[in-house]
Ligand binder design. Sequence first.
Ligand code: DGP
Length: 113
Amino acid sequence: MNDCIFCKIANGEIPSKFYYEDEKTIIIRDIAPQAKLHYLVIPKEHYTDITELADKNPDLLQHLFTVIAEKKEELGLTNGFRVITNIGEDGCQSVKHIHVHLLGGEKLSEKMG
Ligand code: DGP
């Protein structure tokens, strides 16, 4: 995916601070944070959204959530947080490379949509 910004971040073409990295995953801070702490959990391999990932590589989907569970405290998400993944047009997905938003570090709005 030559044109994909998250592929470029994951492969180092666009420099970005990684808050976590393993062979399959990176975690970065969102460039336009919508909470005191706003991370993006991104698989290095390109899939468009979570439905494609679930269909084509369920082990990688599980890995993303294992990383979230293992790293949440190191990321400062100690008192709960919100997990969001946007899909497609109605979901307002702007980057077409699956990423999981982690929002926390403060009490969030009860509204989600
Ligand atoms: P979504 O709307 O779910 O596709 O969210 C995409 C998010 O990605 C959005 O909150 C802004 C963030 N984002 C876009 N480009 C960059 C970037 O170059 N660096 C970082 N850190 N975040 C980005």
